[in-house]
Write a protein that binds this ligand. Structure first.
Ligand code: FAD
Ligand code: SF4
Length: 512
């Protein structure tokens, strides 16, 4: 009996052997297609290391599939026949191979999925089973709810996965969330483990040369590339974190320190997002480490919360709300992104550290993204689309489904509070408490209105004053507004003026 010939397209963030669309593949009959295309590599100016990671991991994955006896067609970026887009390549290969069926797992980007759905090809779509919560399950959970809250979704995911539960279904430790125990500052003298680095093999070296040649106009250093590009290396990175980072992750999750880009963070987000690591295995490993008394509960719960809480939650919100979600702009911001986001050239030490390491490693940890670069963009009223494009371009782990809700929703509150109940706005005092950045800064964090005052301070109050009509009614902001209202009029005016002065400088294209 003649079987139909399937063509399975695997995208650069779908490099998992058990990908839904690869199930039931007939090694003799079917073909897997992987394509490096210019459109995906350049629709925002992706960090060169991110492009290198994806292309190199794709090439290694293609080779591993071949070794498993699977027929693979691989199109490199510089192939003269390359049409430059994913739909273009799918169309070309369907015709070349006379494929009767096209199979694809759901995309991580609404834009790409839409272009494939509209390209005139009959694609058989598969649910992305690498997530705990499918798109359909998330919309059932969200149905009828006026406001969504991560905490309640997270509890559902704990129940669904059975992670860190007692026999009677209650949470281990008596509470679902140990967030309050994740905010310690770094004690003097405590050093983070040195990051695990991976040297470039011949495949990666070819890719690095290709990226250097084709993407020299993109911001970010290529020479520091040291990320894992195979499943085995990603596993080694994960094992290293389990042994050396995870125990302290719980306590110091929110801490920041000069010249310590990674601290006790795992650095696994990029490997996980492109399919080199498996979510369920990571969670099981963390739980096992807790039961084996290798890590405290605040570390185990804190890490699992990020993975099955925040990560799944932002994905759910993305697919529920796209495409309208991307145009949210609650505060009506229109200020362009300051040039120093692309260069790190600012005297604000916290910004210079966070941006500098992002350009160097395509990495910053969560609190740097949320409370430094994100907080500044929120306070300064940057246009949401511009700051979202920056995060999407600059981080190794950035894919639209995860970057957009984190930036537009969590950081910019531009979705009107759908994702988070209040804006994460803070003055320089927060940064001072959680880091040593202020010690070596040109600005004084203790000042708000003087010529050398920390810009975050006046911008914080300016933000609250200019958006009082939208935020005063928010219960969770009431204490903050009480503090503002208690201030003498003259103080409020001075803060407003200093804020106006700084924003005018930004409008003139000046750094500070
Ligand atoms: P760790 O701090 O060690 O955390 C463990 C894991 O939890 C991460 O690897 C990640 O998979 C997951 N995680 C933690 N927080 C989140 C979150 N809020 N959303 C989704 N997953 C989470 N993460 C991305 O993977 N891609 C992005 O494009 C991205 N953009 C972000 C943009 C902003 C403005 C903010 C505030 C956060 C963003 N995050 C994003 C979440 C988080 O910053 C990164 O997942 C984390 O810094 C990755 O480093 P790590 O692997 O060392 O994580
Ligand atoms: Fe950042 Fe202000 Fe501290 Fe400088 S003083 S590092 S600008 S928070």
């Amino acid at each position: 009996m003649n079987k139909t010939h399937r063509l399975c397209l695997v995208l650069g963030d779908q490099l998992s052997f058990d990908l839904a669309s690869l199930k039931g593949l007939d090694a003799e009959q079917d073909t897997v297609l992987l394509v490096e295309v210019m459109e995906e590599a350049s629709h925002v100016p992706h960090h060169p290391q991110k492009i290198a990671l994806i292309f190199s991991a794709m090439r290694h994955f293609a080779e591993a599939l071949k070794q498993r006896g699977i027929r693979v067609q691989y199109v490199t970026l510089d192939d003269p026949q390359n049409s430059g887009s994913v739909p273009g390549e799918l169309r070309r290969w369907q015709s070349l191979l006379h494929a009767e069926e096209l199979h694809l797992t759901e995309c991580g980007d609404w834009r790409l999925e839409q272009s494939l759905k509209e390209c005139g090809l009959a694609i058989q779509w598969h649910t992305d089973s690498r997530f705990l919560c499918s798109r359909a399950d998330f919309s059932s959970w969200a149905e009828g709810k006026k406001q969504l809250r991560m905490e309640f979704f997270y509890r559902e995911m704990r129940r669904k996965s059975g992670l860190l539960l007692n026999g009677d279904g209650s949470p281990v430790g008596g509470t679902w969330n140990f967030d309050a125990e994740n905010r310690k500052t770094l004690p003097k003298g405590l050093r983070a483990p040195s990051p695990m680095r991976f040297s470039a093999d011949a495949v990666t070296q070819d890719v690095l040369a290709l990226v250097a040649k084709n993407f020299s106009s993109h911001y970010g250093a290529l020479d520091a590339f040291d990320y894992p590009v195979t499943h085995a290396d990603a596993q080694a990175l994960w094992d290293y974190f389990l042994d050396w980072g995870l125990a302290a992750f719980g306590d110091y999750q929110d801490a920041m320190a000069s010249d310590e880009p990674f601290l006790f963070h795992a650095r696994i987000s990029a490997a996980l997002n492109i399919g080199l690591l498996d979510l369920r295995r990571l969670c099981n490993d963390v739980e096992a480490a807790y039961w084996a008394h290798r890590i405290p509960l605040n570390a185990a719960e804190g890490f699992i919360r990020q993975l099955i809480g925040w990560r799944e939650y932002v994905r759910g919100v993305y697919w529920l709300k796209m495409p309208e979600y991307a145009s949210g702009n609650l505060f009506g911001n229109s200020r362009p992104l300051p040039e120093f986001y692309w260069t790190g050239d600012t005297q604000m030490n916290c910004m210079s550290q966070a941006i500098g390491q992002s350009l160097k490693y395509a990495y910053a940890h969560h609190i740097q993204r949320l409370m430094v670069t994100g907080n500044f963009a929120l306070l300064a009223g940057i246009a949401p689309s511009q700051i979202c494009d920056w995060y999407l371009a600059i981080y190794m782990d950035a894919f639209d489904w995860v970057e957009l809700p984190n930036t537009l929703g969590m950081v910019m509150h531009a979705d009107g509070g759908y994702l988070g109940s209040k804006p994460y706005c803070a003055s320089g005092q927060y940064i001072k408490r959680m880091s040593d950045y202020c010690r070596d800064c040109a600005y004084k964090v203790s000042e708000s209105t003087t010529y050398d005052a920390c810009p975050f301070n006046s911008l914080y109050w300016h933000f609250l004053m200019r958006h009082g009509d939208l935020l005063r009614g928010n219960q969770r902001m009431s204490m903050i507004y009480k503090n503002l209202d208690r201030m003498p009029e003259s103080r409020q005016q001075a803060l407003w003026q200093r804020g106006q002065f700084l924003l005018a400088k930004l409008d003139e294209g000046e750094s500070f």
